[in-house]
Design a binder for this molecule. Structure first.
Ligand code: GTP
Ligand code: MG
Length: 259
């Protein structure tokens, strides 16, 4: 039987609100405004996932789907140095793919499924989930089509997370104009894009925002799908009494996400 593994974010505080880290066999989403650290978190976790378990890792390989062209191998090398691992091998253990459009993004999952059959992969990053879909289906009349294709992508993703015991971490943008439909808006009005389809896909949703000075703040959101409490309930290592604070601060360093 497959056992859930948790992958550290690089920040102990951030990990604690997640009950130890982002989990395998489920989909997690981090969303927030520009420069709040979504891409830096993606880079940091791509290194940590490779580390031994006692360092917060999962001793696994990583697949990285980049839809915005912001992946930087040299950042991977810097982060690897922080954790005392060889920069070259850290880079080699990341299967990188640039998604050119939403159709290609879906095709990449088929390619990755074959790779994941090796059983070596523990983390799949998608930075960011909606970018291609928003470009390809930008007309008002295209929303239903977009959501249908998005749903197809997310179903496949959920299946892969389960089948291969992989942690799926997707980043997401926020609407520049929170607008009238505040259903999924955080207390501060920031609302992730992707609508109901995306909202129901992720088990854990985390809002990232800028804090004081260099600080950033991560806040667990209520998921309309499976509740965060249910995640703790499914995890034999946690209990309700461990149910953590919902907010944590972190910083972005040369070595990636940190306390
Ligand atoms: P968008 O993709 O634009 O929505 O933003 P994002 O949430 O992905 O932000 P990203 O992860 O790119 O974070 C950008 C922040 O990380 C900036 O404030 C940078 O100062 C910081 N950052 C990026 N690289 C480095 C680095 O090498 N060292 C340090 N200390 N900070 C860095
Ligand atoms: Mg980014």
């Amino acid at each position: 039987r497959k056992r859930v593994v948790k992958i550290s974010t690089g920040s102990k505080q951030f990990d604690s609100i997640l009950g130890g880290g982002f989990q395998s066999m489920s989909i997690s989403e981090v969303y927030g405004e520009f420069r709040c650290g979504k891409t830096q978190l993606s880079h940091t976790m791509s290194v940590i996932a490779q580390l031994p378990k006692d360092m917060g890792g999962a001793e696994g390989k990583v697949a990285y789907i980049d839809t915005e062209g912001t992946f930087r191998p040299e950042r991977i090398a810097q982060i690897a140095e922080r954790f005392g691992v060889d920069p070259d091998s850290a880079q080699e253990n990341i299967a990188y793919a640039r998604a050119l459009n939403s159709e290609h993004q879906l095709e990449l999952l088929n390619t990755l499924s074959k790779e994941f059959a090796s059983g070596e992969y523990r983390l799949l990053i998608i930075d960011s989930i909606m970018n291609c879909f928003r470009v390809d289906y930008c007309g008002r009349g295209e929303l239903a089509d977009r959501q249908q294709k998005l749903n197809q992508f997310l179903m496949k993703l959920a299946h892969m997370a389960e089948e291969f015991n992989v942690c799926v971490l997707m980043t997401n943008q926020v609407q520049s104009d929170p607008g009238a439909n505040a259903l999924f808006a955080g207390a501060d009005g920031r609302k992730p894009v992707g609508g109901h389809v995306l909202a129901h896909a992720s088990t854990t949703r985390v809002l990232l925002r800028k804090g004081r000075g260099d600080e950033r703040v991560a806040k667990i959101q209520d998921s309309p799908g499976l509740s965060t409490l249910a995640v703790f309930r499914n995890d034999p290592d946690s209990s309700f009494s461990d149910c953590p604070e919902r907010e944590a601060t972190y910083i972005i360093t040369n070595g990636g996400i940190s306390d």
